[in-house]
Write a protein that binds this ligand. Structure first.
Ligand code: ZN
Ligand code: ZN
Length: 248
């Protein structure tokens, strides 16, 4: 599987950036996980919207799903123009307000996810786990043969998340805070990311959901004493395959 960072900013996109959005590709299959603010524009640098096979939304915070509304208009226009002829599926957790809004006319259908869901998109199996966050959310595991990619979405570090991530080929881990802050829960700081890496032992790590303030390099510097050979920040346009790490 190839994993491309479309957007890696938490909360809101800085100029020219996008918030949470990741493209997973394998043998012509295009799966997008999260579609935060600014990401629909950047996604089209990689694929046309009609090439999208499935969209997975991990939770209903704007930095993870707000571009869904623009996607709906894109699908409407492309369908009316005859460019797009398939019905798109958006997967997301149940929610009384937001889940029903994923479905759009006859063009987009929605399917519910929870922590026990397993879905199959061609040869890729996708499993989920409930996160420890301020609202209901899901971590995601993509499996193709022996290759596994785990995306924490927004979460505190928990034993369940450590178990879910254990031994994966690529861990895409949020780090919203440089240091733990009183009153802010449901996210990881540098110390929490280190605990997750140490205890889950991933082969490669991308640290994402980066704070829109401070120097993000401090996060990477904070990982140095782990001695792990393959930890990077999830800068936009970073592409990772299970074989090698590349920068565009
Ligand atoms: Zn977030
Ligand atoms: Zn969130």
């Amino acid at each position: 599987m190839t994993f491309t960072v479309i957007g890696s900013r938490s909360a809101y996109p800085l100029a020219g950036e996008a918030t949470s959005c990741y493209l997973i590709q394998e043998e012509g299959v295009n799966i997008v996980v999260d579609l935060g603010a600014g990401s629909l524009s950047k996604l089209q640098e990689y694929i046309d919207i009609e090439e999208l096979d499935a969209l997975i939304i991990t939770h209903y915070h704007p930095d993870h799903f707000s571009d869904v509304y623009c996607l709906q208009h894109a699908v409407l226009i492309k369908s009316q123009l005859g460019i797009m002829d398939k019905k798109l599926t958006i997967y997301g957790p149940d929610d009384p307000i937001y889940y029903p809004q994923l479905t759009y006319k006859d063009y987009i259908q929605s399917k519910k996810l929870d922590g026990s869901s397993i879905i199959h998109i061609k040869d890729i199996t996708i499993a989920f786990m409930e996160t420890q966050h301020s609202i209901y959310g899901l971590a995601v595991k993509l499996i193709k043969g022996k290759e596994t990619i785990v995306y924490t979405s927004d979460s505190e570090v928990t034993q369940s998340l450590i178990d879910f991530s254990h031994g994966c080929d690529l861990l895409v881990c949020e780090c919203s805070l440089y240091k733990p802050k009183k009153g802010i829960t449901g996210h990881m700081a540098i110390v929490d990311v280190k605990k997750l890496i140490l205890e889950s032992n991933p082969k490669r790590v991308l640290i994402t959901h980066l704070p829109p303030y401070g120097d993000n390099q401090d996060i990477l510097d904070g990982m140095l004493d782990l001695g792990h050979p393959a930890i990077d920040l999830a800068h936009p346009d970073v592409v990772v395959s299970t074989q090698m790490v590349m920068r565009r």
